[in-house]
Design a binder for this molecule. Structure first.
Ligand code: NDP
Ligand code: OXD
Length: 309
């Protein structure tokens, strides 16, 4: 059985090298050079061309090269009975935890503003927020969100989380379900979105949500661009209800040059780099699943197609 990479432009050669280094002799193919369609059973994928999977009649597993699987599930012609897996990796989790912590501290200490001041040689110390002044709300308390929440709590923030189901976490108060959303939002001076993109969570960062946050709240979106209603964010910042936002993910990536986010003084942009899967470490779980599939064993990190994550 081969592993076929179906990936539009994201680190393809890293994956090929990591797979071959870890398992010399492995038959690794890169779509469209996948051989005969009947031979494709195990695919490693990121942003595939829509509809491509239906041409593989024996496809059994699509492994996302990232934590998210929305890019796979949005395919209207996804074959039934195919298992979909995702990456759960301690490096990915650690990188996301560090990145979001950096964004929180950057905002609280005004580092972007001091960079702008430096450009005009302005010496103007400002009062700043400290951890005890700020409650952080993390939307999505899964692999990544729980780690982010734990780290921020350990450096002195009060942290609340929001998830679909109830959970007990040390020092994090978790609000569960839609009925608890407004109470959760009312506490969040800094809101971090780490939800998967599903039918339920699309457009969740909208005007109504923002209006329930305390005045001057700051929004961090490191999940997916489709969680955010772009114009609602700009409107709520310009009305003075939100202090600003840091965004790592966008509806269209790369973010088009004409998009108003680029020029907005209170919106910070990074190019979807919060946490990138490292093929050298993640390849171990891919190969484990490749072996399991051949031995008819249950796969690791399978997502529920019903839940969408
Ligand atoms: P998980 O599946 O581990 O966690 C998802 C969390 O979201 C769970 O706590 C889940 O609740 C909660 N959730 C899902 N649906 C709802 C809902 N309708 N209402 C309330 N809570 C909900 O995902 P990860 O933590 O691994 O990843 C999260 C996302 O981060 C990825 O899907 C991806 O989009 C994004 N990401 C972004 C990266 C970047 O570089 N910017 C890098 C990696 C990931 P419950 O626990 O109850 O099931
Ligand atoms: C992911 C991502 O889902 O990089 O892993 O966005």
């Amino acid at each position: 059985m081969s592993i076929t990479i179906v990936n539009q432009g994201r680190y393809i050669s890293h994956w090929v090298n990591a797979l071959k280094e870890k398992r010399p002799g492995l038959d690794v193919r890169v779509y469209p050079d996948a051989g005969s369609p009947e031979e494709v059973e195990f695919v490693l994928s990121w942003n595939h061309p829509m509809g491509v999977f239906k041409q593989f009649p024996n496809l059994k597993c699509i492994a996302s090269t990232g934590a998210g699987v929305d890019h796979i599930l949005k395919d209207p012609e996804l074959p039934e009975q195919v298992q979909i897996t995702r990456i759960v990796d301690e490096n990915l989790t650690r990188d996301m935890t560090m990145f979001t912590t950096a964004l929180v501290l950057n905002y609280m200490r005004g580092l972007y503003q001091y960079k702008a001041a430096e450009n005009i040689k302005e010496w103007k110390p400002k009062r700043y927020l400290t951890a005890k002044d700020v409650t952080i709300g993390v939307m999505g308390i899964g692999e990544l969100g729980a780690s982010v929440a734990g780290q921020l709590s350990s450096i002195g923030f009060k942290v609340n989380g929001w998830a679909r189901t109830e959970k007990q976490l040390q020092s994090i108060n978790v609000f569960a379900g839609n009925a608890a959303l407004d109470d959760f939002l009312a506490t969040a001076d800094i809101l971090i979105c780490l939800l998967p993109l599903t039918k339920e969570t699309a457009n969740i960062l909208n005007k109504s949500t923002f209006s329930k946050l305390p005045k001057n709240a700051f929004v961090i979106n490191v999940a997916r661009g489709e969680h955010l209603v772009d114009n609602d964010l700009i409107e709520m910042i310009d009305l003075g209800h939100l202090a600003g936002a840091s965004l790592d993910v966008f509806r269209q990536e790369p973010l088009p040059e004409s998009h108003p986010f680029w020029a907005h003084p209170k919106i910070n942009i990074t190019p979807h780099i919060a946490s990138i899967t490292n093929p050298e470490t993640a390849v171990t779980q891919i190969l484990e699943n490749y072996d399991r599939l051949q031995n008819n064993q249950p796969l690791l990190n399978v997502v529920s197609q019903t839940k969408g994550y």
